[in-house]
Design a protein around this ligand. Structure first.
Ligand SMILES: NC(=O)c1ccc[n+]([C@@H]2O[C@H](COP(=O)([O-])OP(=O)(O)OC[C@H]3O[C@@H](n4cnc5c(N)ncnc54)[C@H](O)[C@@H]3O)[C@@H](O)[C@H]2O)c1
Length: 306
């Protein structure tokens, strides 16, 4: 069987038109059979997004399989049906909805992940626990730190990952093409882009940016009476255990607000900001103010002693 390997680096820089055209060029030179020669995408979320986009658009779509190699791609990128590249300084502006033929999970890939990538993946599990499923949040509270950072899921912890994937599938399946723009899985994805795209500050990995956003959202929720102080403290404790929010780039409220404005455009012109309402559920608000955001940003810096 003929195989052609295209190696592309991980990281946001690969979600570019140049990488996209490079992959398309290889598919074209290989003269890939439109139905019988699937593209096998092995990599993290960035590689999966760029290669999935190339496969889903070449000749209007050739089949592809996903083999996620990062924790973030296990929990999130490989579960849904979205592919994308970035445009300008904005993430995921060009992309498709396209389902892989299958997703193959091999936990040995997780063994070589740097600590920061493990933490980043756990940021998405935390989101699902806070916004969608209290039982998952409670499991996270009980999860020994060593299972994540020492054992790297090689001898335990698989159940919590599979539970998180089940919760993600449950949330996605009734709204797979996002006809409904109020999505609980968007929790943690309103202000996070400000932390994630390289600008004048150091860009954070996706799950770290999501964790910061989650904590800002929890603080806003507490100020609105949707979460108790004890619940917020529980979120802070799990965030710390998962080694998230250890360094916070110096972003001012304006940059977070600009991220909200961009998300508002993406969400059909209304804020639709998910906020936790108790642990394990969300409400959506359209009246978030600058002052609330500024206060919550200050709370998060205090909570993490920064
Ligand atoms: N399409 C979706 O639904 C979806 C969902 C969530 C996130 N994403 C996207 O995923 C991207 C982030 O994903 P990511 O964190 O997996 O990024 P990534 O693909 O950039 O990988 C992160 C780093 O880990 C390295 N790496 C990959 N596998 C490894 C392994 N097994 N051992 C050691 N190092 C390894 C990569 O080379 C890279 O340096 C973002 O662009 C985000 O927008 C997409």
């Amino acid at each position: 069987m003929a195989v052609e390997i295209v190696a592309i680096p991980g990281g946001e820089s690969s979600k570019s038109s140049a990488t996209y055209l490079e992959i398309v060029g290889v598919l074209d030179a290989f003269a890939v059979d439109r139905r019988n020669e699937p593209v096998i995408v092995v990599g993290g979320g960035a590689v999966m997004d760029a290669a999935g986009f190339a496969a889903s658009t070449y000749r209007r779509g050739v089949p592809f399989l996903n083999v996620p190699t990062t924790l973030l791609a296990w929990i999130d990128a490989s579960v849904g049906i979205k592919t994308a590249i970035n445009y300008g300084h904005r993430k995921n502006l060009i992309g498709t909805f396209a389902a892989p033929m299958a997703v193959l999970l091999e936990r040995r890939f997780l063994a070589s992940l740097p600590e920061r990538e493990l933490a980043s993946g756990m940021g998405e599990v935390l989101k699902l626990g806070i916004g969608c499923d209290y039982r998952l949040f409670a499991l996270l509270e009980d999860l020994p730190e060593a299972v994540v950072f020492d054992q790297r899921f090689q001898s335990g912890g698989l159940e919590i990952l599979l539970d998180a994937i089940d919760v993600m599938i449950r949330e996605l399946s009734s709204n797979i093409f996002e006809a409904e723009l109020c999505r609980a899985i968007d929790l943690g994805h309103t202000f996070s882009q400000a932390y994630e795209m390289a600008g004048r500050h150091d860009a954070l990995p996706h799950g770290e940016a999501v964790a910061l956003d989650l904590n800002i959202s929890c603080s806003i929720a507490q100020r609105r009476g949707l979460l108790t102080e004890r619940e917020v403290n529980r979120v802070t404790a799990v965030t710390q255990k998962l080694r998230l929010c250890r360094a916070i780039p110096e972003l001012d409220t304006r940059e977070l607000w600009e991220s909200l404005i961009e998300r508002t455009t993406h969400r059909g012109g209304r804020q639709r900001v998910p906020l936790p309402c108790g642990l394990g559920a969300c409400v959506f608000v359209n009246d978030l103010t600058w002052d609330e955001l500024e206060a919550a940003r200050g709370d998060v810096l205090d909570h993490f002693g920064l």
